[in-house]
Design a protein around this ligand. Structure first.
Ligand code: SF4
Ligand code: SF4
Ligand code: FES
Length: 530
């Protein structure tokens, strides 16, 4: 492997990479080696247009652009010399010639690379007297993204993204010279399932999403690492949080899962967290048929009494469960233990299916179907058949995905006891005797297993303002109310995750504290891939 020296430090790098790529592979780009760049992006083709990444290479008379200079064994690179600094200042002066001085009213302020580098390399005054080039403002490129022409630095990241990632190619550069501008092709608005990624990769405030623009200043946001739960891919995201509210999802880089992208549907799925239809209190069915709010203790006592009665009358095989592919591995491990404690193995996993593509979007519209299957939850149809045949008296249901499998008049009407744990209101409540409000993934500590068997961590980004608990926490309390052995203590996802690793072979060596920021692959899956 070639060995190169950058600012006196020696690195071993992969053959065939450019300098910026090699530094990015090593994880030192902007993390030890500060090499400003605009047009280069790790997941797009090389453009070489902004000239900001110029460096000195020993033996070459001219400065070279690091994004398009291949590494060579013995190469000596300098990124901090006076000559390099002057080149960066020159590039910044050119870019700022036409850029409006409107950071205070620009929605990108606070996360703008032009603002950052202008602060570091820009002149404090303009040397020109000519007016700045006027440009179009608030141009709707499509239903999701707004363009501000004056702010564009023509790095062409957005153009390359549309051509190379979704392959839709809606954007191009129109006109020449200082009239060049970003345009959509006639009759082809920017409208693809990944369109909003262009706002993430635009290094300036030229592209913003209609959803997020002017909602909040970014410096008020905490960026909490988390996962999108819109489908089985488990894309890594940062949740932008302020005042205990999630304002946005933006992609978090994980080359093993989603590179640096997320789909638009997943990006907007944060809205479910603070939605008006969240379940906010336990509820019990009254004798007059109404479902009325209750205390957690009353609801748990009622659920336990119904299970106890059914087991005493007809045996444990009249108790069954429908798991949820939205629940964490730890929630589902607790469900598994609860069913074992009751003495039944009647359980299934309904999963909603939908559209998919070859890029990120999976057909399974839940984040943890793979984990649920690894924990033994499978085909839900035998449970539904048993229900239809009158063989079940009590059904524990996590979430309402089962509604997709049921016909107009579901077989739930004849069920003596439906105990529902869910995050949002749904028609399933019509048949429930006990309802318990569950936490959304953004409010949970635990792990989810994506479609490739990668176990990834969730941590609470916001705290619900009511007594919502993870499904596992409710089930632990239910086990305690049933006086089952092993359910005495409080619910501890860390301990449960370790116990799961010890008792479920697929999870051996994989738990909440081992998966890190980018996840860890389940044992059987990792071995199959070797
Ligand atoms: S709109 Fe943004 S990403 Fe596109 S060329 Fe202009 S500055 Fe670059
Ligand atoms: S592909 Fe799936 S996991 Fe990724 S952002 Fe979209 S919905 Fe979320
Ligand atoms: S990042 Fe190298 S020329 Fe733009």
């Amino acid at each position: 492997m070639p060995r190169i020296t950058v600012d006196g430090r020696s690195y071993e790098v992969a053959e065939g990479r450019t300098l910026l790529q090699a530094l990015d592979d090593l994880g030192v780009l902007m993390n030890g080696v500060d090499l400003p760049h605009y047009c280069w992006h790790p997941k797009l083709s090389i453009d070489g247009s902004c000239r900001l990444c110029q460096v000195e290479v020993e033996g070459l008379p001219k400065l070279q652009i690091a994004c398009n200079t291949p590494v060579k064994d013995g190469m000596e690179v300098r990124t901090t010399t006076e000559r390099v600094r002057r080149a960066r200042e020159g590039v910044m002066e050119l870019l700022l010639l036409n850029h409006p001085l409107d950071c205070p009213i620009c929605d990108q302020a606070g996360e703008c690379k032009l603002q950052d580098y202008a602060f570091e390399y820009g002149l404090s005054h303009a040397r020109t007297r000519e007016p700045r080039r006027p440009g179009r403002k608030r141009v709707e490129l499509g239903p999701t993204v707004v363009f501000d022409e004056e702010r564009c630095i023509l790095c062409r990241r957005c153009v390359r993204f549309c051509r190379e990632v979704p392959g839709t190619g809606e954007l191009g550069v129109a006109s020449r010279g200082d009239r060049s501008t970003i345009e959509t092709f006639p009759g082809q608005p920017l409208d693809n399932p990944y369109s909003m990624n262009v706002a993430d990769i635009c290094p300036v405030g030229a592209l913003t999403t209609r959803d997020f623009r002017f909602k909040i200043r970014v410096w008020f946001l905490d960026e909490v690492p988390g996962l999108c739960t819109g489908c089985a891919t488990g894309c890594n995201v940062h949740l932008g949080v302020a005042n205990n509210k999630v304002y946005r999802y933006v992609p978090r880089r994980n080359d093993a899962v989603n590179d640096t992208w997320i789909c638009d549907h997943g990006r907007l799925s944060y809205k479910a967290i603070g939605a008006d239809d969240r379940l906010v209190e336990p509820a019990l069915r009254q004798e007059d048929g109404r479902l009325c709010s209750s205390s957690a203790e009353q609801a748990l006592a009622e659920a336990a009494a119904r299970i106890r009665q059914a087991v005493a009358d007809k045996g444990p095989s009249v108790v069954g469960a429908l798991a949820s592919a939205h629940a964490t591995n730890e929630d589902l491990f607790t469900l598994r233990r609860l069913l074992e404690g009751i003495g039944t193995d009647i359980a299934g996993l309904p999963v909603v299916l939908g559209e998919s593509d070859d890029l990120l979007v999976s057909p399974e519209k839940a984040a943890n179907a793979t984990g649920a299957r690894a924990l033994g939850f499978g085909d839900p149809h035998p449970v539904l058949e048993r229900l239809r045949g009158g063989g079940l008296d009590v059904l524990l249901v996590l979430g309402h995905d089962v509604l997709e499998l049921l016909e107009e008049e579901p077989p739930l009407a004849g069920l003596a006891s439906l105990i529902l744990l869910d995050t949002h209101h749904s028609p399933l409540e019509r048949w429930a005797q006990v309802v318990l409000p569950a936490r959304h993934a953004a409010e949970k500590l635990g792990t989810l297993t994506n479609r490739d068997g990668r176990v990834q961590r969730l941590q609470p980004a916001v705290e619900p303002g009511w007594d919502a608990r993870s499904e596992g926490e409710w089930l632990q309390a239910l086990g305690r109310a049933l006086e089952l052995p092993g359910f005495e203590g409080t619910w501890d996802p860390h301990a449960l995750s370790k116990a799961m690793g010890e008792s479920v072979p697929a999870f051996a060596g994989v738990h909440l504290d081992s998966v890190g920021e980018t996840g860890q692959v389940l044992r059987g899956v990792a071995e199959a891939g070797e």
